[in-house]
Design a protein around this ligand. Structure first.
Ligand code: SAH
Length: 541
């Protein structure tokens, strides 16, 4: 036991010393790797192999500088449809058929963002919509709350401190976007249940697109019997309206079509046995009742769709996805930056013939927040319109209701070029391979989020960060919490596990595939926060 504790102290001291220059260097060295950490059940070997084959982002940028002539695209599509070559519905391949129809409807191609949205959240074929558990030790990947209970507990400390800063109101809405298995929220509620005033004030509001994950969340939060509104009848957790369907991005494109959830009402509710809090499931922020609000987003923004733009002689063009156009760049590379020589795939990435409305509006908005010299040197820009729309809505929410927002994710200050990546069966695959079967995600452009707050000075909302996950968790008291848990551990093995979990959360090591040591998440993961008018700078920032 004592040995484990000493190791914990050493590791964390080391981390503290490592802050500053060394961390910067390591962060630079590791930003080219995929950061969501997969548990491959293979001692980390598969993950290490996958990481080793990840292309460098800078490379992607350079290789992506290819303009493609799309004339004749529509003809190719029509030919394909005539030949009856569409995939059959009812299998995973059905997504390809759906995408093909969407492309045809749009005149031959769709933006990358629409492709990502359908791959992740299509009601039938989306990656997050399937019943299989993609999280946790048995799933495809492991996230911080699944690694250690300390993570959710410390977010609970953050929430309790914000609650006090808000003047300890009688009601507090805790909203979580994309709660996964509900583990973070369960640890937060358990960790704060002795804080009576907070416990009595809290109601929990979960915004989750996947019916399967909603069920898991209800179980993790020990909600027992759930109540549903008449609209939903007995069919609990039918496919919710997708939060992305409300999105009207700066281009005027509205996503999706289905869904008729009443605004101002949650479909499903329960009571968590953990702390007696009421728990509600919502389709979007607009149905969360008024009142002081704390919002938590952990690994949510990375799952929201991105658009990608490339500077050409014709201006900022947009990368689009088309199907079987037969168009290949001269040197055998497509604009996704990967060699297309080896395997022939149905989908291809092409470039719009000229600037699109999205490139006009989104790129110029982002460039305004960047020093001119840097802006002039950029050749690729990746932006997430739904992330920006959501961040904007969150500013409004806390401006009108008071409150705070905390988002933790992997990402950079930005601007970013091409960070979209796909993982299937613990290996990186091409983003256009296996639509619906691979997890797609992109780094978060934290600078773009902060810029939105800076554009609204009249809101009184203040944005802080990004800071590293390491800084946030150490400021919130990771070391004393770990010491306490280690002291009470029932065995040496359990103490070791606790220490290793925390090392992974705040550590920065590249990991050791041979001995199965996972790479650290301390500086690759970052936190950004916003607080409403008059609130002090939040702890950790
Ligand atoms: N926060 C969890 C899960 C992260 S994965 C954790 O850290 O373990 C992303 C989560 O967001 C999943 O729960 C996924 O189903 C949900 N999600 C993805 N896109 C969504 C959307 N458009 N609307 C609502 N939830 C979404």
């Amino acid at each position: 036991m004592r040995r484990a504790l000493a190791r914990a102290a050493r590791a964390i001291d080391g981390e503290r010393r490592a802050r500053g220059v060394a961390i910067d260097a390591r962060a630079r060295a590791t930003t080219t790797t995929r950061t969501r950490t997969r548990d491959d059940g293979d001692g980390g070997r598969a993950r290490a192999r996958a990481l080793a084959t990840t292309p460098s982002r800078e490379d992607d940028g350079r290789r992506g500088e290819i303009a493609i002539d799309r004339s004749g695209l529509r003809r190719a599509l029509e030919g394909r449809a005539r030949a009856g070559d569409a995939r059959e519905e009812g299998t995973r391949g059905g997504l390809l058929g759906h995408l093909e129809r969407a492309m045809k409807f749009a005149g031959g191609s769709i933006p990358v963002s629409e492709y990502v949205r359908e791959c992740l959240t299509h009601p039938e074929y989306g990656y997050y919509m399937r019943d299989a558990d993609v999280f946790g030790k048995k799933g495809d990947f492991v996230t911080s709350p699944e690694i250690s209970q300390v993570f959710g507990e410390l977010i609970g400390v953050w929430a309790a401190l914000q609650y006090e800063a808000l003047g300890s109101p009688d009601t507090l809405r805790i909203v979580e976007f994309g709660p996964g298995r509900g583990t973070l929220m369960a640890d937060l509620l358990r960790g704060t249940r002795k804080f009576a005033k907070f416990r009595d004030a809290v109601s929990v509001h979960l915004i989750e697109v996947s019916p399967a994950l909603r069920k898991t969340q209800a179980k993790t939060l020990r909600c027992g019997e759930l109540e549903t509104t008449a609209a939903e009848g007995n069919a609990r957790f039918v496919v919710p309206k997708n939060v992305l369907e409300d999105e009207t991005d700066a281009t005027g494109d509205a996503g999706g079509s289905s869904g008729d959830a009443p605004v101002g009402e949650a479909h499903t509710r329960g009571k968590s046995e953990i702390n007696d809090a009421e728990v509600f499931w919502h389709d979007g922020l607009e149905s969360v009742p008024r009142g002081p609000t704390l919002v938590i987003c952990h690994e949510f923004f990375d799952a929201l769709p991105v658009r990608q733009f490339q500077r050409t002689e014709r201006g900022w063009c947009e990368k689009l996805i088309t199907i079987d156009s037969g168009l290949v760049a001269e040197d055998g590379e497509d604009v996704s930056g990967e060699s297309s020589g080896a395997s022939r795939r149905d989908l291809e990435m092409v470039l719009s013939p000229g600037p699109t409305p999205a490139s006009h509006m989104l790129v110029s908005r982002r460039l305004k927040g960047i020093p001119k010299e840097k802006a002039d040197s950029l050749r690729l820009i990746e932006l997430s319109p739904p992330s920006m729309t959501l961040w904007d809505a969150l500013v409004d929410r806390i401006e009108k209701n008071s409150g705070a927002v905390l988002a933790i994710d992997y990402g950079e200050e930005g601007p970013l070029g091409n960070t979209l990546e796909a993982i299937k069966d613990h290996k990186f695959v091409h983003v256009l391979d296996s639509p619906g079967e691979a997890d797609l995600s992109a780094y978060v452009d934290f600078g773009a989020l902060r810029q939105i707050v800076e554009e609204k000075p009249q809101s009184g909302v203040k944005c802080y960060g990004p800071v590293t996950q390491q800084q946030l968790l150490l400021s919130l008291g990771l070391v004393p919490r770990l010491e306490k848990l280690v002291e009470n551990a029932s065995s040496e093995a359990q103490a070791d596990e606790l220490v290793q979990g925390c090392e992974r959360l705040v550590g920065d090591g590249a990991g050791d595939p041979e001995s199965g040591v996972a790479p650290g998440m301390g500086s690759r993961y970052k936190a950004i926060a916003m607080v409403s008018r008059g609130l002090p700078k939040p702890v950790g920032f």
